[in-house]
Design a protein around this ligand. Sequence first.
Ligand code: DX5
Ligand code: ZN
Length: 212
Amino acid sequence: MAQVSVSMLSADFLHLDRDVRMVNAYADMFHLDIMDGTFVPNISYGFPVVEAIASIAEKPLDTHLMIVRPEKYVERFAKAGSSLLSFHLNATDDPDAVLSQIHDHGMKAGIAINPDIPVERLFPYLDGCDFILLMSVFAGFGGQKFIEDTYGRIRELKAEIVRKGLPCLIEVDGGVSEKNASELNAAGADILVSGSAVFKAIDPASAISSMR
Ligand code: DX5
Ligand code: ZN
């Protein structure tokens, strides 16, 4: 059984409270995608939206930073209500320091990598991570097609986590739907991020429950 973290990038921002209540009722976490237009070509949303979601969220905020120099904003996202915070491996010069900073602010810490970065690049940092955010699309946009190589990458990462006996979880992000959820879970994914497949579903609650 996997946890489902719903990506609010695909929510209806004119009816955000309705979509937040749906996640409260049926999912495990809110996945909040923060894009700066520099680390990725797109710009998403910032603190006012995160704080508005936090004000009525009854599930943890799982914030995914797609920004350069994530160390500058760790404290702000802690104050805004994030419980989990991830940043991209190649967005900072000192990943270990950012992991410690996230922990010092009382949050769970994760490192994200895009599909073109070898999984082994994460191995030196695994003992400092509560989770890894393995991208199954290139970070930047919702609604992209799932990259099939992801299964092998999950298995490779899982094998190293098990070999070291670490509690690090694997979160998979991008193109996740009812079609691939069970295979992702079988490969070793613990948390599934899903945006467009949830919000485009006729019945989001049943889409989430079948992904779990
Ligand atoms: C992509 C984001 C994802 C995305 C997932 O840059 O990190 O979290 O919103 O959305 P779907 O499920 O639509 O691929
Ligand atoms: Zn994301």
